[in-house]
Design a protein around this ligand. Structure first.
Ligand code: GDP
Ligand code: MG
Length: 192
């Protein structure tokens, strides 16, 4: 697929990570930020859609975000949920070492269903500085081990949330169009 020609693309995005690490908060702050209302989560899968503009590439990305709700314990449901996903966030809570230790397991589970998925490791809740247990260095080292990009977020901070999604989108555009990191830097000023 060439983004340059098509002008836009659609990506199914999934989220992996233990319960309560902030997955739902992350996507809801991205999707519902303009509505000024709190979205009430239901049991099951919430599918949300949101477009992001990239004028530098004359492109739009439409995210179809699949947030798995109360059924997270069921492996069989998750396998179906991962199918067809082109990108995903692997989320842990920097105040919760167990959620960090479990990332490898989430990674393996997702990769076993979608081997070519683009994943980004997300260290969430960085606003809780005093309670932080997992350092940037530890997060970075794990990302390198898994061969994925690493970002830090506070799902409560909308600016950082937007950055997380635009990072994923840019990585996706780079992969799809074979745009190089240098070109990204020239066109956006961003460094990845
Ligand atoms: P999920 O189970 O992974 O979907 O987690 P939720 O999004 O439901 O979040 C679990 C709890 O963590 C909620 O009380 C959120 O308000 C809180 N939370 C999520 N992200 C952050 C964050 O970045 N910082 C802080 N301080 N709390 C957060
Ligand atoms: Mg949730």
């Amino acid at each position: 697929m060439s983004l340059e020609k098509k002008g836009n693309c659609w990506m199914k995005l999934i989220l992996g990570g233990d319960s309560a690490v902030g997955k739902t908060t992350l996507v809801e702050n991205f999707v519902y930020r303009d509505l000024g209302e709190q979205y009430k989560s239901t049991i099951g899968i919430n599918i949300m859609s949101k477009k992001m503009d990239f004028p530098q590439w004359n492109s739009k990305i439409e995210f179809a975000i699949y947030d798995l709700g109360g059924q997270e314990i069921y492996k069989e449901v998750r396998r179906k949920y991962y199918l067809g996903a082109s990108a995903g966030f692997l989320v842990y809570d920097v105040t919760n070492p167990k959620s960090f230790a479990n990332i490898r397991e989430w990674y393996r589970e997702i990769i076993s269903i979608e081997p070519n998925i683009l994943l980004v490791l997300v260290a969430n809740k960085i606003d809780l500085e005093k309670d932080r247990k997992i350092s940037t260095q530890q997060g970075d080292a794990l990302a390198q081990e898994l061969g994925v990009q690493y970002i830090e977020t506070s799902a409560l901070n909308r600016d950082i949330v937007d950055e997380a999604f635009s990072t994923l989108a840019v990585l996706y555009i780079m992969r799809k169009t074979k745009v190089t990191q240098d070109e990204v830097k020239i066109k956006t000023g961003w460094v990845y």
